[in-house]
Every structure is written in C-alpha cells, then in structure tokens.
Design a protein around this ligand. Sequence first.
Ligand code: URA
Length: 242
Amino acid sequence: MLLRVDKALSQLQVAARSESKKLIRDGRVFLDNRRVMSGAEKFDPQIETLYMDGRPLRYEQFQYFMLYKPAGCVTATTDAVNRTVMDFLPKKRHRNLAPVGRLDKDTEGLLIITDDGALGHSLLTPGKHVEKTYYAIISGEATAEMAQQFAVGIEIGEKKLTAPAKLKILSVGEKSEVEVTVTEGKYHQVKRMFHAVGSEVLYLKRLSMGSLVLDETLKPGECRELTPEEAELLKALKSGIA
Ligand code: URA
C-alpha cells in the first residue's frame, strides 16, 4: 500500500501534517537514501524505509495492544466520570485506537485495543463465533448439571438460547471456581448465564480470545503491543482459522 510521507510522519507522531513541510524543506526526511522533497510523495513501507535525521522510522499501518484490563475502568474511549481503558495505553500511540468488544467495569483480563477498525469490527460480528474464555468465581457449588445446561444453551431472556458454551469446573465449595468459554458477546453474557442457573458471578477475568492468550506476566493495568505472531493470530481469528 502506498502512503503519503506527510501522513506517515503524522501517524508516527513525528510531526503534524503542517509541521512535516518544514522538516522536509530542511532536508531532514529521507526515503532510503533519497531526500524527500514533498510531503505528497508516496512510498511503500514494505519496500522503502522512512528516515528522520538519519534515524529509521518503523512504520506500521496499525497498532495492536493487549491490555490486562483492571477492574474499575470502563471499556470506552472517553467517559465523563470513570477512568477508561485508554488511560492505560502509552501516551505515544496512534490516533483512532479503540477497544475490540467490551468488558464490564468490574471485569478484568484480556482486552485488545487497535486502530485496525475493520479487524475489530469483523471479530465482533455475531456469525464469527470467536471463543472467549473466562475464569470466574461464582457463588455456590458449580455442578455437572450446570455444565450440561451451558452445553445446550441458556435462556437469558433473549429471543434464542445462548449458543452452547463450555463450563470447566476448577473447584467446588461455598464459592466455586470455573472456566467458561462462550462464542457470543451479549451484554453481561456470562453473568446472565450463571444467574439463570441460580448462581452469581463474584469475579470475572477474560483469559483468551481464540488462540490469543492474556500474557500473565502483565499486571492489571499494564499493556504491551502484540508481537507480530500475536497480531497474525488475531488476523487469523478474523478469517476463522485460529
Ligand atoms: N460477560 C459478562 O457478563 N461480563 C463481561 O465483562 C464479559 C462477559
């Protein structure tokens, strides 16, 4: 894909489009070893490297972050009252980043934030069936019967039952620990599913989306960019192969 130099400089947060004119006029911007003469020049970032003051600028069309969402912030780009998940991203970042899907304010765990809007959108389309696995602590005893009900689908007040979900019981007691895997993303889905079978979710954390797994070396509130391999996994999810 061909890109304008001034647009690339602005996306890389090197200079606003208006300022890049001066940088170019001052001879500070090169494509490989060719001096750039105008911001309107186009280049293919797969083929040519953009340099500023002799320093190569790694141009990536999109950014993909993995955030270990902490409890207490909302999954939104802005909010008049609450902290948002965007507050945990580095200050130096692309514009137009937005979370892929939504975790409740009290839910923790894996959240992808990207400016690849087409990817984000396609991962959320209902037909996509991306598996999302959560660790949950629920009130009361988790039972094999619950697991069976989850496998069939649960009546949560929607037109249809939920799609079949997997329930793995990790521990049973006054509170139980479970792992639940769903393929839909209905509002408060996991909480409503447990409520429908007589239990309440006391703690919820997303562990994975498809084969993309929360990096457990991150602490709540920490984020990092996806590795190229992880970004590929994410794109594979979009095409339904991961
Ligand atoms: N299901 C819920 O109930 N809440 C979440 O945050 C995610 C899934």
